[in-house]
Design a protein around this ligand. Structure first.
Ligand SMILES: *Cc1c(COP(=O)(O)O)cnc(C)c1O
Length: 457
């Protein structure tokens, strides 16, 4: 048998439907609460900042939602994405395990985020939206949405977490090239930003703060601007399921089925995108794949946080949802994986973790860069620091398989490339990178920092 390495689909294989886990989810969703009243939200609260089509997707329990033809046409620019057998990494690890990765870094903006950015811009355009606000961490989401807004001729305002704005100026230049306006967050353009700056003029910012700024700008625009979120929400996880649907077909081409599916988690969208179609096979067709979410030790919401109601943002303007959280006021250490510096987690993913359908583990920054460098030297692709969390876990699974002599089949999502993260690799290569650990007080004071919510069963 010849040794096939890349498993490629044609344009006709681009999925026609997104898969909605909430059709098959064994756990009923917890209510979404208004941040002012802590009562369940009403549609008009959400419709101030989101178009109705996306709100309907957010609450839908329909199993398959058709991908609009215009969105599929744009997906053709980078989809289907390749599934690659990491044969050279397997050799380097001397493992009997078979390692596959789905590569989302070939999208024009460099990550999986384009999958939902294009869909969200499309639905906004259809609803007549002229301008959108958003946040970005390391800049991948901002880049993806900037591209999508350029395609649909929508103005875009991006609040970029200050530490990343400073560490990663080239992401900003890319967003500006796509015609977006980019502001370092906390900025002086919003009440939320000014309040944080008054408390701490040197605040590095966080995704929670940047979300507050972007939501405030949309909520106070009298309908002129809508807000768009790059992760966490059901409709975002939904749009990412093209990854797992393609991967199912490609694993079939490879004649194998994964024992474990791995992804890194910031808000949970790329992991859910690859994992939910495999979870469907577990729930409905008797498959028994382990699903493993990997988070940074500096922001370990699933493994160390509480499963409780909390605000989605720092200034308490975003809805209150039940999720794994480290507290909306927690500002994570300045790790280089900016896309994972979020205090919370997607509520749907949190519920599935809490009920044991999905596993989670936390890994340290230095071990992540060791894995990223090993991957670059064996497979050639320089991974985003976020994606390198998934690589770390995949390598650990392969090393375990070596110990037990097991032919484990491992699939992970390589969510993006790291070409804009070279300063982080330089810090690692010169030995300056350290493990940023979580201050213990974050955990011990957690209960006191959460909103007091009494929701009827
Ligand atoms: C944003 C980002 C992440 C984290 O976000 P999720 O919603 O958890 O996927 C991971 N990898 C890359 C490359 C990203 O850009």
């Amino acid at each position: 048998m010849s040794q096939q390495t890349r498993f490629l689909l044609g344009e006709a294989d681009i999925p026609r439907y997104w898969y909605n886990i909430n059709a098959d989810n064994p756990i009923p969703p917890a209510p979404v609460l208004n941040p002012m009243t802590l009562e369940p939200v009403t549609p008009d609260f959400l419709s101030a900042i989101f178009p109705m089509s996306l709100i309907l997707q957010e609450i839908s329990t329909e199993r398959y939602i058709e991908i609009p033809e215009e969105v599929r046409e744009i997906y053709k620019l980078w989809r289907p994405t390749p599934l690659i057998r990491a044969r050279r990494l397997e050799q380097a690890l001397q493992t009997p395990a078979h390692i596959y990765y789905k590569y989302e870094g070939g999208s024009p903006s460099g990550s999986h985020k384009s999958n939902t950015a294009v869909a969200q811009a499309f639905y906004n355009k259809a609803a007549g939206t002229k301008a959108i606000t958003t946040e970005t961490g390391a800049g991948q989401w901002g880049s993806a949405l900037s591209m999508a807004c350029a395609f649909f001729d929508i103005a875009l305002e991006v609040y970029m977490v200050k530490v990343s704005y400073e560490q990663k100026p080239y992401r900003r230049y890319l967003m500006e090239t796509y015609n977006a306006q980019v502001f370092a967050s906390p900025s002086d353009r919003t009440q939320a930003g000014r309040a944080i700056r008054a408390q701490d003029p040197d605040s590095p910012g966080s995704l929670g703060i940047a979300i507050s700024e972007a939501v405030e700008m949309a909520a106070t625009s009298n309908g002129a601007k809508k807000y768009s979120l790059g992760s966490v929400l059901n409709h975002v996880l939904l749009h990412q399921t093209v990854i797992g649907e393609e991967a199912l077909k490609q694993m079939d081409m490879a004649g194998e089925y994964p024992d474990v599916v791995i992804g890194c988690v910031g808000g949970g969208s790329n992991f859910s995108g690859i994992a939910f179609p495999f979870l469907r096979e577990n729930l409905k067709n008797g498959a028994r794949t382990r699903l493993l979410a990997v988070e940074p030790q500096a922001a370990p919401s699933i493994t160390r946080g509480m499963y409780a109601f909390d605000y989605g943002d720092t200034a308490r303007m975003a809805p209150v949802v039940k999720m794994h959280t480290l507290g909306h006021d927690f500002i994570p250490p300045k790790i280089h994986a900016g896309g994972l510096r979020y205090h919370g987690m997607a509520p749907t993913l949190s519920a599935l973790c809490d009920a044991g359908y999905i596993e989670a583990k936390a890994v340290s920054q230095v071990s992540v860069f060791e894995a990223g460098v090993m991957f670059a030297r064996s497979e050639g692709i320089l991974p985003a620091p976020e994606s390198a969390h998934a690589i770390r876990a995949a390598i650990d699974e392969a090393l375990q398989a070596r110990q037990t002599g097991e032919k484990r089949v491992i699939l992970f999502n390589l969510s993006g490339h790291g070409h804009f993260d070279l300063s982080a690799y330089e810090a690692f290569n010169s030995g300056r990178l350290q493990d940023d650990t979580l201050p213990e007080s974050v955990i011990t004071t957690l209960k006191e920092r959460l909103p007091v919510v009494e929701v009827m069963a």
